[in-house]
Design a protein around this ligand. Structure first.
Ligand code: G4P
Length: 527
């Protein structure tokens, strides 16, 4: 037991969020370098050389240069065992991001110093807020001309509504970038500009040293002294309680590409964040240190690799220790099973694992039994984690297969993709599966559906966009859906479990339905 506790205390599991191009991949790559998980800078990705992040799996991602799916990377550093969860960069995949964040204990927010808070940062940040997890900010690309650091902090505070505490402070930016002042140690980490192309050498010089003045110049030195005074007098105080509750974000300035400020960031990050914390269950909390193994499924992905046509369920371990071949209990399926081929997956390379601990993510082969949010625990200690809500889709299309002879593949394909949570499928009451209504949170998911059905299931489809924008589940138990008095543009449908739903084109028709049907309960989420 003492060993398990020690192992769990080493764990840090976090997600990196950013607007596309802010430098998430570059920062991830540098972090992996420190852990020795990869040997060469640039091996994670170089868009220009058409190499792609090890975390990019699907063809569609490669073609479009976007990261659609999320992956998990693990490395060891200074006695810590670090799990990085990659989140999709594209805005249409915020639902996937939300699920990934359910598996994370904290988040790193990467911001481009020349742009400040961008649209996608706002969206992803809101998702983080839902869980009140610690958010640590890395303001990247200081080697390029940047906005004033005060303006950047104000941007975070005003747009995102979270207090900030700069852990370090930049001296100039772009060609004038000379380094950062570390507020804790009172020394300056120097930076020598080299057009952002190579890793820079840096040295730590005390603020009081004469050498510093001559190396950064009188102007920058006096501006730095003024800034430090202002921060000390007018800035927020550091408060680790607020950091843990996600209400104050420690901010670091640096440059991922030149590997400047990344290691100090990593070290501070590790001390600012906690090992895995207890998780909420339907009946209380599960402590990570409790004896029995438990986990929940936060992601399912089929056909990640054409060479292995399979489906993997990703689980976040929440308590205890996992051992290969151990017998566990799947709560939603109400049956015991053996997790026989657990894997840790980094791009196409899969490594079989023999043990894992609370905080870790494992991928197991899924013969089609798991759904997102499912609980796995020990048969002698059964409980259920709180579920992961699904986002209400906002775009709908009627999807039918071109070649009716391929009905079986079509049904299999749409069902599997729906189980992964990429799309939601519905149908009209009493209709078959020849055509389905597909609902998605972002329209790119339609393209993914079309692409995957063609490439993985050999089925071509026709997609007719539908004008609906709102979906509501009917919360009343006994209701005759046909008897409802609805506006002419409201559609009655059902989900795969046969639960009745309504599709609306406007909020006006939702109000109409509520006004004309006394006692009608309309719900935004399916439970
Ligand atoms: P993302 O995953 O958030 O989308 O961003 P990514 O790391 O791919 O970085 C986007 C671009 O910004 C890349 O350039 C990358 O090299 C550059 N970049 C990242 N960090 C820094 C930094 O600290 N300083 C500077 N100057 N640039 C940075 P690219 O030209 O789009 O691609 P590539 O050919 O360099 O891969």
């Amino acid at each position: 037991m003492a060993d398990i506790k020690k192992e769990i205390e080493k764990r840090r599991t976090f997600a990196i969020i950013s607007h596309p191009d802010a430098g998430k991949t570059t920062l991830t790559e540098k972090l992996l370098l420190y852990g020795g998980a990869i040997n060469l800078a640039g091996s994670v990705k170089g868009k220009k050389t058409a190499k792609h992040a090890v975390s990019d799996w699907m063809e569609i991602e490669k073609q479009r240069g976007i990261s659609v799916t999320s992956s998990v990377l693990q490395f060891k550093y200074n006695g810590y065992c670090i799990n990085i969860l990659d989140t999709p960069g594209h805005q249409d995949f915020s639902e996937d991001t939300y699920r990934t964040l359910m598996a994370a204990d904290s988040a790193v927010m990467v911001i481009d110093a020349s742009k400040g808070v961008e649209a996608q940062t706002i969206k992803l940040f809101k998702v983080c807020l839902l869980r009140s997890i610690p958010i640590i900010t890395f303001i990247n690309k200081m080697d390029r001309d940047a906005k004033s650091p005060f303006e950047l902090l104000e941007d975070i505070e005003n747009v995102l509504g979270i207090s900030t505490y700069p852990m370090n402070w930049p001296i100039g930016s772009g060609k004038e970038f000379k380094g950062v002042y570390d507020r804790k140690s009172g020394s300056v980490l120097t930076f020598t500009a080299n057009n952002g192309q190579r890793e820079v050498e840096s040295r730590s010089i005390p603020l009081s040293s004469e050498e510093l003045k001559s190396s950064i110049g009188d102007d920058l030195f006096s501006r730095l002294s003024e800034d430090i005074e202002l921060l000390d007098v007018a800035g927020d105080d550091f408060n680790s309680e607020l950091v843990r509750g996600g209400r104050l974000t420690p901010v670091f300035f640096g440059s991922a590409l030149t590997n400047f400020g990344v290691e100090p960031f990593l070290e501070e990050f590790l001390s600012l964040t906690t090992p895995p914390l207890p998780r909420e269950t339907l009946t209380g909390e599960a402590s990570p240190y409790s004896d029995g193994f438990s986990a929940f499924v936060f992601k399912i992905q089929a056909n990640m690799n054409k060479a292995h046509r399979d489906r993997i369920a990703f689980m976040r371990i929440c308590s205890g220790r996992f051992e290969k071949n151990m017998e566990v209990y799947h709560v939603q399926g109400d049956r015991k099973l053996r997790l026989s081929q657990p894997q840790q997956i980094m791009a196409q390379e899969r490594e079989v694992i023999y043990e894992a601990y609370a905080g870790d993510i494992i991928g197991v082969f899924d013969p089609g039994i798991f759904s997102i949010g499912d609980t796995i625990c020990m048969a002698n200690d059964k409980f259920c984690f709180k579920g992961i809500p699904t986002f209400a889709p906002e775009h709908f299309a009627l999807v039918l297969q071109k070649d009716t002879m391929k009905r079986k593949q079509f049904v299999k394909g749409v069902n599997q993709i729906a189980q992964e949570g990429t799309i939601q499928i519905f149908r009209e009451p009493e209709s078959g599966m020849e055509e389905v209504i597909v609902g998605v949170v972002g329209t790119l998911q339609f393209e993914v559906l079309e692409y995957r059905l063609k490439n993985e299931y050999n089925v071509e489809i026709v997609m007719n966009p539908l004008p609906y924008q709102y979906i509501r589940w009917i919360g009343n138990d006994d209701i005759d859906i046909k008897a409802l008095d609805l506006a002419s543009d409201t559609k009655r449908i059902e989900d795969l479990k046969g639960r009745p739903l309504l599709l609306f084109t406007s909020e006006w028709s939702i109000s109409w339905a509520l006004e004309h049907n006394e006692g009608l309960i309309l719900e935004e989420f399916s439970s």
